[in-house]
Design a protein around this ligand. Sequence first.
Ligand code: SF4
Ligand code: ZN
Ligand code: ZN
Length: 317
Amino acid sequence: MKCSYCDRDAVVAVRYAKLRLCPIHLAEWLESRVMKAIERYGLIEAGDTVAVGVSGGKDSLSLADILLKIGSKVGFKTLLIHIDMGIGDYSEESKRVFSKFCSERGADCLTFNVAELGASPIALSQKLKSKRVCGICGAVKRYALNAAAIEAGASSLATAHHADDMVVYLLKAFLLQDYDQLSKIGPIGKSLDGMAVRKIKPLYEIYESELAAYASSAGIEYVRRPCPYKHVGHIEQAIREFVEKVEMKWPGFKISLLRAHAKRATSAEEEGAMPCRHCGLISKSGECAFCRLTLKAYGKPLGEEVRRQLRFMLQRR
Ligand code: SF4
Ligand code: ZN
Ligand code: ZN
């Protein structure tokens, strides 16, 4: 299979664009598509500082790589943020590939360890006698990323949610008639002064298969094994299979659906938001999920301590 633009062998076939791409043309094409999404949805402006959440997987490292390239051309800065969740060997490997990626590119990076504070999802779930490790992990990670972006004075926080993820979230929210969740599923959120940084999804229209081909062909070392706590629910799995069947018959279905939805997404997460009485970051009821969890587990909320440590680390860079 030859590249549609040159004589090199193709590493990916993009059915909806009727293209086969070699590593060089895949990199150019993905960069231009992310750039178009940035313009279409107004995600980033020249002069911005974009915090990028990087887990160490192929999606977030590809996002970081693409944003570093676009940033140097368009004129925005990036700060790559890795939250070390303290999940044994899995987190050790994630931290290692992140550090390697940063030093190879000379990128501005920050690693923050929540486990040292006792706030790893494993420690918290044991303390709280909860089996919801992933639920707790998501809350801790969201909190730490937002806190780091706020303390760094970032204009926005970019995450690596791609089209395959977004379509599944969207259809699941629709099937469950969860309109609150549905309205949040867009490429851009709102910033709330001092409480929450604007969340952006530059990979909103990019397929997971394109990112996998990009990461491999660009020689990006990433964590291949799944997190030991990863569990794909039955509903998500069924929706994913359904989406792939539709995409086979209607190439580009995922992008069409996401573009149509983006026109209506209003980002309702900020409705009724107020500062957490312990740490000052976004909450729904005056106490953020992170402070609530840590207060329950240890008798004191740890949000302010996370912010203090982040300020200290950022000043010392
Ligand atoms: Fe956290 Fe669950 Fe993801 Fe593992 S699979 S990193 S525990 S959210
Ligand atoms: Zn080519
Ligand atoms: Zn709080």
